[in-house]
Design a protein around this ligand. Structure first.
Ligand code: TNX
Length: 534
């Protein structure tokens, strides 16, 4: 589709040469190679976006919408374009070249992801603030950029179980992610406090498990007897999210957290999931005493099969995350069924039951063409199939401790990537602080290669990095924005930038120029501290 960008106010057009120099563009993440060129490209009434190859279709539309939104222009489609998309089979996946010259803009890539990333960069080159006076027209600095990702997996996890986040909030978040070249949305859909995914085989999961305030047993620590609250995603909602994400080049990874963190499911389906003879005494880290599926119940496997059938069908991507974290000490010890199972299998330690269960889930997923992901605890027991992807979350030390294990890794160390933790030690600063604070500087200064031999083949097993927003204290869009931004921009830079890591001081200069973009987009980000203002 050829696109013409028409500018509503002709008098705001600029002729190029005398265009006012705008602020240093807030380019985040910083591209691998940037060469500023003389002159500017002016967007005017006649500017057209050319048709481009098939792979660029989503990027062209996204760019057009972004330009319209940002510059308050009007857009129609015409050929040939001053802004052109060009296919180049030789470029690496997700990489791109962007060349802005006084009379043309060219975005070159080999695939849809590369075109989207090029468009994201172009949107950041545009002035962030609406400019309507004559000498501040819409123009871009001329530049030649060659860019490509450091890691293939650049994720954000959003916990939608502790608090429910409506679909509209997620769609908006996906757009903000794409602008930062993040490409995986890890959707934490189930936990003790809520089951958020419609499963046709078990309507009780959402009829009962998606609501809080109605049952003291589900949430003893939150129960107030107040009106119920919560919500869930219908399968139509899920398809909408997955399609929207796909248009933005974002893969959606569903997480069904098992065998622990399952209080909502057990409460909804006690006849299937509750072991009536289990006398085990335990308390989970979040203080639940009945939140673990039993590996010795037939119902558990019926549950896994039916839930995963629907999950695999709903989510077309290659991965399914199954949690596997925080199985509490003391679990299964008081269950005669579990003891029998251990005897039958020759297990000597209760922990082996977790691997027993996860091996089953992994095989089931593999038979459905999916690759299993899990939190770092999945490495505590006997080996699972090395196809496994394990997420290091407790610390960077956990990352290096995992290196001898032959599995693929995603890094999400809590001291840098837990965005539910407070951003400063100020008494009034919102957020959890059970693992300290996570300041903007800590995020940006994180070095994924610390303690990892350079050039070693282990580096190839680093699939990527992920930021995490747990939602115990996050129940509104405003709070979500506040916890994510600007930390997510620093995260994106570390996960994407493939050259030497830019300095924090350099990042601070650019973030000052980027924040007006967030203002325009209505993001309620945390203001910079005095010492952070460049
Ligand atoms: C740890 S990371 C958890 C979550 C909590 C979070 C709070 C992980 C696998 N488990 O269940 O929400 O800390 O910061």
């Amino acid at each position: 589709l050829p696109v013409t960008v028409c500018w509503s106010g002709a008098e705001t057009r600029d002729t190029g040469a005398e265009a006012k120099t705008v602020d240093l563009p807030g380019l985040i993440p910083w591209p691998r190679y940037v060469e500023w060129l003389p002159g500017r490209f002016s967007l005017g009434e006649e500017t057209a976006i050319g048709p481009g190859p098939q792979e660029a279709a989503h990027a062209a539309r996204w760019l057009r919408d972004g330009i319209v939104d940002q510059c308050r222009g009007e857009v129609t489609f015409v050929e040939p374009g001053h802004i052109r998309f060009q296919h180049a089979a030789g470029l690496e996946p997700a990489s791109y070249e962007l060349v802005v010259e006084p009379d043309s803009v060219c975005l070159t890539a080999a695939d849809a992801a590369g075109f989207l990333h090029a468009a994201a960069t172009l949107l950041q080159l545009l002035p962030a603030r609406p400019m309507n006076d004559r000498d501040a027209a819409w123009s871009l600095p001329c530049v030649r950029i060659t860019d490509g990702p450091r890691f293939a997996y650049r994720g954000l996890m959003l916990d939608c179980a502790r608090h429910f986040h409506p679909v509209s909030r997620i769609l908006r978040l996906l757009d903000l992610m794409a602008r930062l070249k993040l490409n995986v949305f890890h959707w934490h859909l189930t936990d003790d406090e809520g089951w958020r995914l419609e499963i046709r085989a078990f309507p009780a999961l959402t009829d009962i498990g998606a609501w809080r305030g109605h049952d003291e047993r589900l949430e003893p620590q939150y129960y107030s007897g107040a009106e119920r609250s919560g919500g869930f995603y219908t399968q139509a909602d899920v398809r909408r999210v997955v399609e929207h994400a796909a248009r933005l080049g974002i893969e959606v990874v569903p997480e069904i957290d098992m065998p622990a963190h399952s209080r909502a499911a057990i409460l909804a389906l006690p006849e299937l999931l509750q072991d009536p003879d289990d006398r085990s005494v335990y308390l989970s880290d979040q203080r639940y005493s009945d939140n673990v599926l039993s590996p010795a119940l037939e119902g558990t496997y019926i549950f896994v099969d039916r839930v995963m059938d629907e999950v695999c069908e709903l989510f077309p991507g290659p991965w399914v995350h199954v949690g596997g974290d925080e199985v509490p000490e003391g679990v299964w010890r008081g269950s005669s069924r579990c003891r029998e199972l251990m005897q039958r299998e020759g297990y000597t330690r209760v922990e082996e039951l977790t691997s027993h269960f996860l091996r089953y889930v992994q095989r089931y997923l593999q038979a459905n063409g999916k690759r299993m992901m899990g939190w770092e605890e999945v490495l505590h027991g006997p080996d699972l199939d090395p196809e496994l992807v394990a997420f290091a979350w407790t610390s960077h030390q956990a990352v290096t401790a995992m290196l001898p294990r032959n599995v693929t890794l995603v890094l999400q160390p809590r001291e840098c990537m837990y965005f539910d933790l407070a951003q400063s030690d100020d008494f009034h600063e919102p957020g959890l602080n059970w693992a300290g604070e996570v300041s903007l500087a800590q995020v940006h200064r994180y070095d994924p290669w610390a303690g990892v031999e350079s050039g070693s083949s282990t580096r190839e097993r680093f699939l990527g990095m992920q930021a995490a927003l747990w939602s115990e204290l996050v129940s509104s869009r405003e709070r979500m924005d506040y916890m994510l931004f600007p930390r997510l921009t620093a995260f994106a830079e570390v996960a994407w930038h493939a050259g030497g890591q830019p300095s924090y001081e350099d990042y601070l200069e650019r973030i000052s120029a980027y924040l007006p973009h967030l203002d325009r987009l209505g993001v309620n980000y945390r203001r910079l501290d005095r010492e952070e203002v460049a």
